[in-house]
Ligand binder design. Sequence first.
Ligand code: SAM
Length: 591
Amino acid sequence: MSFESLHSSRKTKEAKSFVQSAPALADVHGPSQEVGAQNPLHTGEDKSCNSVHAPISDAEQLPLQPFQVRESSIAGRGIFATQAHRPGSIITAIKPYVSVMSTPYLAEFCTNCSSPPKESMKLRRCTRCRVVWYCTDKCQTIDWNVHKYECKALRKWEESAPATAKVPSDALRCLGRMFCSFKLHGLDSEWTREIKQMQSHRTSLPPSAYEPYTHLAHSLIRYLGVESPLELEPYGIRSTADLVDFISRFTTNAFTLTSYTLDPIGVAISPVVAAINHSCDPNAVVICDQPHEQEPQINLVAIKPIAPGEEIAISYIDITLPRQVRRKELKETYNFDCKCVLCSTPRYDDPRTAMFCPARCGGLRPVPTEGGGSPSCNKCKAITKNLEGELDALNVGQEALGKATMLQHTDPQKAKQLTSNIIPILNSAGLAPSCHPLLAMARLHQELLIASLPESMTQETLDDTIRTAARYAAGVSAILPVGHPVRGVALAELGKLLAVDEPSPPSNMAGSADRFPPSGSARLKLAHETLVRAREELLIGFGTDNGGGLVGREAREAIVRLEKELGAWTQGINNALEDVKATKTDLPRTC
Ligand SMILES: C[S@@+](CC[C@H](N)C(=O)[O-])C[C@H]1O[C@@H](n2cnc3c(N)ncnc32)[C@H](O)[C@@H]1O
């Protein structure tokens, strides 16, 4: 089995805000979301976050089934189940109103339907702007409605842009498409009304947002080729406040388009997704799968049982991060203090911050913090004798993770060197595999190892990659609930790696019972077990009716292949044993 589909997953995983800093705005590559302002058509204060929402009665008119939009105890509007949903049920399919592919992925995914090219086909580029790519003529024709405006803007932008920013940032292109769509649908249309109902944080923007907002507003005006405020009126922008509202609606409500292996590949806007609140312990996920009739296929999938009347919540950020880090990210990126249950009731034994007992009794303790004393084991109450050393390891780990993440595309060798050096330090300091920053470091290390496997495939490098993938899958499984798509994908990656043909399996199997990964048929059996488990989880995370998404369907094919291989292996052994028996019987007696 090849690992071709595995190394395509080593692309940027960071999901950054569009409004974090002015320089980043010039060429944001990551997906994102965030912030808000005032709706010109409706007013209604949300006291919880000092922001303005559409009146609930208007929101209820959104054609949402089988759930409804109503006031939430978390914040403003939320969506609520009107019927029971079991884990793996697709609550609804969502059609984004606007979407763009991230700059590094423009040539890899169709701008209209967000799919990669079909097997032997190649994407084709718009010959005018030479920026966007399509999988079929049909996709290009469908997209032309909006792209005809965008195409002109892209060409004009390119004429005056510096060589490093010939393509406007994802945020700018998405905002540009929203503008063009206002023109296309009309300011009085249902389309425009739904976009304008989305939450804006204009009245509660922190001072740190002023500069990036100003920068984005100026870039947008330049991108649209607008020369006077009057020219913005056809788009419904009559004041600076309207413009800030518009940008805030985008940053608060934009969500990340992901590839079928969960890599962030683009940005989209949908009024349905815009009504879903965040939880660090979500009961649903928004995932993308193969396109449906030239449209991106986005599904809202239940990952836990949801009762009628229960609020449906998704996570806006990586929920494997510790509470402190999550809250900081939600505040900085989305401008809110998270009120979810997980944030309100911190756990002493949270796996995200868990270290093993210093006396190795099997218990856990939280990581120490600067000036916070030495937390004791939850079982035997032992405390560390090496507080300084542990704090140093955590700081070094955090710093190295930042550096390696930055270097992963520009200098993957150096990034791999860093992750290889730091992981053992964090392990020997006693961090559990689920603990931050060890978990994130293991993920990055796994991606870097997979990317370099084709050139450096030896038994040792393959086994090392499998061990890293196993540690990452164990870490993720300690945090995320069964059926979370990240868990399913982690297990599928491990299963696929175990199924890769061994370059030089050890001939001496002495002590092989304790060896990980095992070799020969034991390895194939483990690959099979892992893929079966992965598929069960993918059937939840990507939707049961959907066959567990593309990864789930691939896992199923791999399982069938492995069953044949294992059958052949067992048959081969039986044949060999039969041969030996036959040879022994045929041997002439010598005495
Ligand atoms: C995409 S909107 C979600 C729908 C929004 N409640 C509304 O009324 O339109 C995101 C905004 O909802 C609020 N929000 C979502 N989840 C939250 C949470 N867990 N805690 C506090 N506020 C939250 C924040 O104001 C955030 O910027």
